[in-house]
Design a binder for this molecule. Structure first.
Ligand SMILES: [Zn+2]
Length: 342
């Protein structure tokens, strides 16, 4: 990629109110059947246009065709019973009613490949596609079959690899795995989480990314953040092993977070998607605030490896706020581009 500091988003963007209830996670669809299929495609077009209008360099589908970044993928797999629900604690943080793994998990047909082909037809810009990571997937389920988090994660890694290979063939440039669970289960990440992630990327020639954040700006997450103290050093536990992994890009929450920026030194050599937009507030960043975060990151990330990004997905925000934040990301990036070229 020749663009200096190419901008992108972590993944999800708000959906139009005619497709799903705005500012709501797991929002039910407002359309059905053929109308829903058409509606999702139209929303994808709009989302792409908004990214292009804001000057985003690496574009995505804005996750317009999925209800949720984890559950929509799982819904398409065999071996999981969505009627049989159990309440579990997600990421050790909040209770949620989740489906049950009742048998061998498998993928009978592609999940997002047609959507990716559709996006590819709409633009020549580089495109990034997000998939849930294996560890985050198992954390959103009750396992009544494998009875082993590691075994189930490994099965999901194999399934994700099948999907990823088809996404690559559809023309996706960067495949990203969302692993917020990497910020919670440090021992498991080091024991098998990163190995599972590498299994999911096996044989891919496109760029691969892992997104590790402190979650959407929902109450359970903002309450949890208040318990983390003045310095958030969670990344420190997993960075050394990630640095040695074959994942190309690491996507992080850096803006308004209490993550000490010097932790980025631990992944020196990797490309870093630096979160410079806070998704947990409606307040729009100024260009200078974005630039300030990027400038700090540049002390630990080489300029040719820095990708300005959002802290996390923006699905729960209003469209107006999300669009303004994309423009702020672009404007802040422009400041740093000028400084680097001066
Ligand atoms: Zn995130």
């Amino acid at each position: 990629m020749k663009t200096l500091l190419p901008t992108s988003t972590a993944g999800s963007l708000p959906k139009p109110s005619w497709l799903a209830e705005p500012e709501t996670l797991w929002s039910p669809w407002k359309l059905q059947g053929e109308a829903l299929i058409d509606g999702k495609q139209d929303a994808l077009r709009v989302s792409l246009h908004e990214q292009q209008h804001a000057g985003i360099d690496i574009v995505s589908d804005g996750e317009q065709t999925r209800q949720h970044f984890v559950t929509t993928f799982i819904e398409h797999l065999d071996g999981v019973d969505f009627e049989k629900r159990k309440t579990v604690k997600i990421r050790d943080r909040y209770d949620a009613s989740v489906p049950t793994v009742v048998g061998h998990v498998s993928r009978q047909k592609p999940v997002f490949v047609d959507d990716a082909k559709f996006l590819r037809q709409q633009t020549k810009q580089p495109i990034k596609w997000a998939l849930p990571g294996p560890m985050t997937m198992i954390d959103t389920l009750y396992d009544d079959h494998y009875k082993s988090r590691e075994k189930l994660a490994w099965e999901f890694a194999k399934i994700l690899n099948q999907e990823a290979k088809e996404l690559e063939a559809a023309g996706v440039d960067i495949i990203q795995f969302d692993e917020p669970a990497f910020n919670v289960f440090f021992d498991d990440v080091n024991d098998w989480g990163i190995a599972c992630l590498e299994r999911a990327t096996e044989g891919l020639n496109c760029q691969t990314a892992v997104h590790i954040c402190y979650g959407y700006g929902i109450k359970a997450n903002t309450d949890w953040k208040k318990t983390l103290g003045p310095e958030w050093r969670q990344y420190e536990a997993v960075f050394p092993k990630l640095q040695k992994s074959n994942i190309d890009i690491i996507s992080l929450e850096c803006h308004n977070s209490h993550v000490p920026m010097e932790l980025l030194e631990l992944i020196r050599g990797k490309k870093v998607m630096v979160g410079a937009i806070d998704v947990a507030t409606d307040k729009i960043e100024t260009a200078e605030e974005v630039a300030h975060t990027l400038r700090k990151a540049l002390e630990f990330v080489d300029a040719d490896k820095l990708y300005p990004c959002t802290n996390c997905g923006m699905a729960p925000l209003s469209r107006q706020v999300a669009s303004a934040k994309l423009e702020a990301l672009k404007a802040g990036t422009e400041i740093i581009r000028r400084e680097l070229l001066a």
